[in-house]
Design a protein around this ligand. Structure first.
Ligand code: HEC
Ligand code: HEC
Length: 212
């Protein structure tokens, strides 16, 4: 009876580890262990080298970003040294299949949600400023896959701040072929001051990381 039940559960796919419909990921995959030298042992993010959290983020988002680095949509502008570092890493990956596997690998790592590091933001004002963002990033900052808008809750706040500055300054989302980046660049313009950005990030910090 117990065996039958187990069989039935296995047939239904219950009890299996979710893996975004992709084949199981080997967390010890030697091709990608160099990624954690910057991103942290569980890819939880590492402010020391400005490398963000990857673990627990959706594989489609990580894949989009690896492609964006390779395409020269990120990491090529003056004053984007961190993007430049990551662009070199993305270019070092092999073919398309390896890029997808790297994204799935990083997404599968179990990274704890980072503690907030930024201070001085007003979360109540930030909540109002976040209202237009929710249409794409979700009311809880959980991301919306259908719009390819990534989760914001649970990402390192210092990283999000740097990216909002990049969009606002045209260091990201500048290429007409980069439709996602162009969309986001237009939206970043609605947060016109450093204070606006701080306030939105203070609000996002109250939301907590979405379940992977
Ligand atoms: C030498 C350090 C270093 C290594 C090694 C490295 N990265 Fe990065 N990575 C960074 C930095 C720094 C950034 C932030 C870039 C920026 O600010 O634009 C980044 C950003 C990213 C992003 C963008 C995340 C987002 O949400 O926007 C992805 C995806 C990524 N890295 C994946 C990887 C993968 C996969 C590997 C291994 C194949 C890897 N990285 C290896 C330093 C590194
Ligand atoms: C029309 C849909 C849309 C709206 C509205 C929107 N975003 Fe985005 N956002 C996106 C997309 C798509 C991306 C991925 C862009 C890319 O690939 O460069 C993104 C990326 C980002 C990133 C970079 C995340 C990362 O990991 O690299 C931040 C930060 C961000 N959005 C914050 C905001 C904030 C704050 C607002 C409100 C002021 C906002 N977004 C409104 C669609 C949107």
């Amino acid at each position: 009876m117990k065996t039958l039940l187990t069989l039935a559960l296995l047939t239904l796919g219950l009890g299996a580890t979710p893996s975004y419909g992709a084949p199981p990921v080997d967390v010890a995959d030697a091709r990608f262990t160099f990624c954690i030298t910057c991103h942290g042992a569980n890819a939880q993010g590492n402010p020391g080298v400005a490398a963000p959290r990857l673990g627990g983020l959706p594989a489609w988002h990580l894949e989009n970003q690896l492609r964006a680095f390779r395409a020269g949509w990120r990491g090529v502008a003056e004053a984007d040294e961190h993007g430049d570092v990551m662009r070199t890493m993305a270019l070092a990956l092999g073919d398309d299949a390896e890029l997808r596997e790297a994204a799935a690998w990083a997404a599968s790592l179990e990274a704890p949600a980072p503690a907030p590091t930024l201070t001085g933001g007003d979360p109540r004002r930030g909540k109002t400023l976040y209202a237009p963002c929710a249409a794409c990033h979700g009311t809880q900052g959980e991301g919306v896959a259908a719009l390819e808008a990534p989760p914001l809750a649970g990402q390192n706040d210092w990283y999000l701040e740097a990216q909002l500055e990049h969009y606002a300054a045209g260091r990201r989302g500048f290429d007409p072929a980069d439709t996602r980046g162009q969309q986001m660049r237009a939206l970043a313009g609605t947060l016109s001051t450093a204070r606006d950005r701080r306030d939105v990030l203070a609000y996002l910090a109250t939301l907590g990381a979405p379940a992977p």
